[in-house]
Design a protein around this ligand. Sequence first.
Ligand code: GRF
Length: 187
Amino acid sequence: MNKTKIAIFVSGRGSNAKAIIEQQNNFNYEVALLISSKKDALALAYAEKQNIPTLVLDKNEFQKTDNLLSILNEHKIQLMALAGFLWMIPQYLIKAFPNKIVNIHPALLPKYGGKGMYGIKVHEAVVENKEAESGITIHLVNEKYDEGKILFQEAIPLSENETAASLSKKILVLEHKNFAPVLNKLC
Ligand code: GRF
């Protein structure tokens, strides 16, 4: 059976991208393109080592033209995974791939989502508010950040001395374990 071709979008560290790539042999998807908003993203080098084609986006071109669609077509992309991708997804992309763009968020949406809620800021807010638990959310992407249909959530309790840094480590483990199988379900 043909595997579903996935493009992963990253902006930074890329540990989720790496986890998705590492698990591709266990699942029914193939990472066919890695797209980065930053030319020095660590995930680019990792993807290249695995012989996965890469693309570095130009912000203006990405937002103001739909040139990316033909590149996605060339690579026969069917599903997209946003793994720490920080730019707003333009309408042309959402329209061309309805219900085929998936994001991972390091908190239990709808709490701690929306503008400015990314990276360590999310965990700082959770710890500051003395939440009893946090977790991860994997969801479809629509025009509004963090408001698409939720596909998966997993919660973990905060420990007494939890810090944003310790919470971020625990959350990352959950992300690496769950993103790949959720993507697989959409294949
Ligand atoms: C993850 O915590 C993810 O939930 C969020 O950005 C972070 C990306 O980490 N959207 P990495 O680049 O995959 O290491």
